[in-house]
Write a protein that binds this ligand. Structure first.
Ligand code: NAD
Length: 733
């Protein structure tokens, strides 16, 4: 079976149809490139053929390059991977340049055959780069279609000519939202931006394409950049206007990426340097920068975690093999911040919800939260009045536990108090159907302990959402000691219904995400106690690509919550409690009433609108800043290693059973450096031996929390990487 088919009609118009077997969306493979190349040669060399239409046999044109191919490109590029990659990329360019020049004599620009891209729908990535090399792009008027180059969002950039062609077609300034931000447009907007040439009713797509092929003149086939006297729209960088564009773009890229994402910088360099030279040289420059991005382990790690493995987890890579457990009716106990959010995401996904609180007023307030989100959506034109009414009609706000009698899943989100939780468990189980699953959204209490209140602990599980529920994409599913497979499948099927990403972990203090994030917050406060400049701590984190510094995160989650967790942890751990130094900071802040952003006072100072105005100037009096400040990298290593070592320990302890979940969970759960692909990917990038060496140094200076776990030492000795030692791709469903 082939990805492309070829036919030619009696008027001499050849049609190449892209239709990858057994896939709902076309994606390009290396075999596909060779096939297309062969068909273009065939059409160009046949004197009976006047022109070519490239189209798709599916409702869309193409989703882009197969990400599995991109992720493995470096691995499969031979002994000299940079050379191998560059040569491979130049083959793409050769194919597209062949389409663009279409057999014409380069000097006279005569003798070419018109080639038109007829796109029935979505055209992304290489699925737009190929059309950009055609002489005309005609798109069916399908408002749902997305046209664009989203590569930058995957950690690479459009490296098959899209960068050079779009920058020359629109000018660097106008091309920048599409290249640097991966902006996608519907066909009409793409036409208005000048990316495509025509939008026609869907049923006329092929007739219009053929009409254009048969009427095209030789002049229609010559791209602006192949014409004499071509000037870059908006000006090349050696003109004043063009110069300003690049100064602004450079500042913007560095500001947005903090310098940790290699792709945006490389893209900008390819555009800048490419605009100084002739088109074919510009393509070579683009290929060099693209090679550099693919050589950087960050791009493959990002693709692996953020796309391939994330999707595998969403498709149920770790789902027990039991029958479908789709949720029909959900009960939510507790209509506070979390319960209200859970009710909203479920109702929004089409699930009927019973939302219970202690008073009718509280239950209604919880339902009103959904109304607020939907109203905001309506203001932005994203939600219709019908949709709003439909979602709200699905939520029944009540105090009556009898309303739970036909719920097949219940999520409890009442106060974080074992007694309150035990009480509602008993009350709910008295009315729930015998096969219903009971889930708790606790963030700190062991599931196996809470399950003691249950009559059916095998149907008891943790489903841990993150706040705010409607925005945070990760859901941590926690198996208690007695949790059965059906309960795990139910939780996974529910997470799939609400279109979030699940990880399944075993029960231990703070599960996985909080277990890693709490040491990060603590390390930040520990450094304040040591006299490290607080701004250095915060900036070091931001320069690692972490979304918020540890002190800001303490302010966001609130100091009093920190105090509560610290006290509970100390009570549970007794003499082995390791964080007394942190508590001096935490308790002093609590004593001063600086409880964080919610009171407009914490490590940061806030204005009346609640905006941060800088670090609180009272910190210096409490913890004088030391004259000798540590190097930036030392602060960064401390902040990184406290998180990643905890992730390794979670794997050693069996809390995590799949490193893919550890990586995806870290990025989605607490924004752990997406450029790294997650903690395990980052350790693979630096190598276990280097990691152990850094840990040894940190342990000597800062103590046992940096001791390299046995697993890491063992891997260093054997020269192993996490993704080779724990290759779980075989488990992909
Ligand atoms: P919250 O205080 O905002 O809401 C709790 C709600 O439960 C309140 O509306 C309260 O009236 C209701 N409630 C208390 N006892 C009840 C009872 N017996 N019957 C019915 N309703 C009762 O708390 P929250 O922040 O939504 O947290 C709820 C749970 O979710 C806790 O277990 C918490 O640890 C967990 N959690 C919180 C977060 C977070 O960021 N806030 C994140 C993950 C998990």
């Amino acid at each position: 079976m082939t990805d492309f088919t070829f036919s030619c009609d009696t008027d001499g118009v050849a049609t190449i149809v892209w239709d990858v077997p057994n896939k709902s969306m076309n994606v390009l493979s290396l075999e596909g490139v060779a096939e297309l190349n062969g068909l273009i040669d065939k059409a160009l060399s046949d004197p009976a053929i006047k022109g070519i239409i490239i189209t798709s046999g599916k409702k869309d044109f193409a989703g882009g390059m197969d990400l599995n191919v991109i992720a493995k490109m470096k691995q499969s590029a031979g002994a000299d991977p940079a050379r191998g990659l560059f040569d491979g990329i130049m083959q793409f360019h050769a194919l597209e340049r062949k389409i663009e020049l279409a057999g014409m004599d380069f000097k006279t620009k005569k003798g070419g055959k018109p080639i038109v891209a007829a796109l029935p729908g979505t055209a992304l990535g290489i699925g737009l780069e190929i059309p950009l090399s055609c002489h005309r792009i005609i798109v069916a008027d399908n408002p749902k279609a997305k046209i664009g180059l989203p590569e930058i969002l995957v950690g690479i950039f459009p490296g098959a000519g899209g960068t050079t062609r779009l920058a020359r077609k629109l000018g660097p300034m106008m091309a920048s939202p599409f290249l640097l931000e991966g902006k996608l447009s519907d066909p009409k907007a793409a036409k208005a931006a000048g990316i495509i040439d025509e939008v026609v009713p869907a049923e006329q797509l092929m007739t219009r394409a053929k009409e254009w092929v048969l009427s095209a003149t030789e002049a229609d086939l010559v791209k602006p950049w192949d014409q004499k006297g071509y000037k870059m729209p908006g000006g090349a960088p050696y003109h004043a206007a063009g110069f300003m564009t690049f100064v602004g773009a450079s500042a913007m890229v560095n500001g947005k990426t903090q310098g940790v994402y290699p792709a945006a910088k490389a893209l900008l360099s390819a555009v800048y340097e490419g605009s100084l030279v002739p088109f074919d040289t510009a393509l070579k420059i683009e290929a060099r920068w693209f090679t550099q991005v693919l050589m950087n382990p960050s791009s493959a790690a990002m693709i692996r975690s953020l796309f391939i493995n994330k999707e595998a987890l969403e498709k149920g890579a770790n789902r027990p093999k039991v029958t479908d457990q789709t949720v029909k009716k959900l009960g939510v106990l507790g209509a506070g911040m979390m319960g209200a959010g859970i009710a909203y995401v479920a109702a929004n996904a089409g699930i009927d919800v019973v939302l219970i609180d202690a008073s009718q007023e509280a239950a209604e307030r919880g339902k009103a939260y959904s109304e607020g989100i939907l109203d905001k959506g309506m203001k932005r034109g994203k939600v219709s009045a019908d949709k709003k009414n439909e979602v709200l009609a699905r939520i029944q706000a009540t105090t009556d536990y009898n309303a739970l009698s036909d719920c097949d899943l219940l999520v409890e989100a009442v106060f974080e108090d074992p007694k309150v939780k035990a009480d509602v468990t008993v009350k709910a189980e008295a009315v729930l159907p015998a096969n219903a699953i009971f889930a708790t959204n606790t963030s700190t209490l062991p599931i196996s302990d809470l399950a003691r209140a249950s009559r059916r602990p095998d149907q008891f599980i943790g489903i841990h959402f993150f706040s705010p529920v409607d925005k945070m994409m990760l859901v941590e599913i926690i198996r208690g000691k007695e949790t059965g497979d059906v309960a795990v499948a139910k939780a996974l099927d529910f997470v799939r219904q609400i279109r979030k990403t699940p990880i399944v972990v075993n029960d231990a203090r703070f599960f996985y995400a909080n277990r890693c994030i709490i040491p990060y917050l603590n390390e930040g406060m520990r450094m304040v106690a040591e006299g490290v400049e607080p701004v250095l701590v915060e900036s070091a984190a931001r320069l690692l690509g972490l979304p918020v510094g540890p002190l800001q995160l303490v302010d966001e989650t609130s100091i009093d919550l920190g105090v509560k967790i610290a006290k509970a942890t100390k009570a549970a751990m007794g003499d082995t409690y390791p964080d007394t130094a942190v508590d001096t900071v935490l308790f002093a802040m609590a004593d001063k009433g600086r409880l964080g952003r919610k009171v407009g006072a914490g490590f940061y100072a806030y204005d009346e609108q609640g905006q941060r105005t800088g670090m609180w100037d009272g910190l210096e009096a409490l913890w004088p800043v030391h004259e000798d400040q540590p190097a930036l990298t030392e602060v960064q290593h401390r902040l990184l290693f406290v998180q990643v070592l905890e992730a390794v320990r979670a794997l050693e302890d069996g809390v995590l059973t799949d490193i893919r979940e550890g990586d995806v969970g870290a990025i989605l759960g607490w924004g752990f450096c997406p450029w790294s692909g997650g903690p395990f990917s980052w350790l693979d990038i630096i190598g276990a031996a280097k990691a152990v060496e850094l840990c040894d140094k940190l342990e000597q200076t800062h103590g046992a929390r940096f001791r390299a776990p046995k697993l890491l030492r063992d891997m260093a000795a054997k020269g192993e990487a996490f993704y080779s030692r724990f290759d779980q791709s075989a488990k992909v469903a």
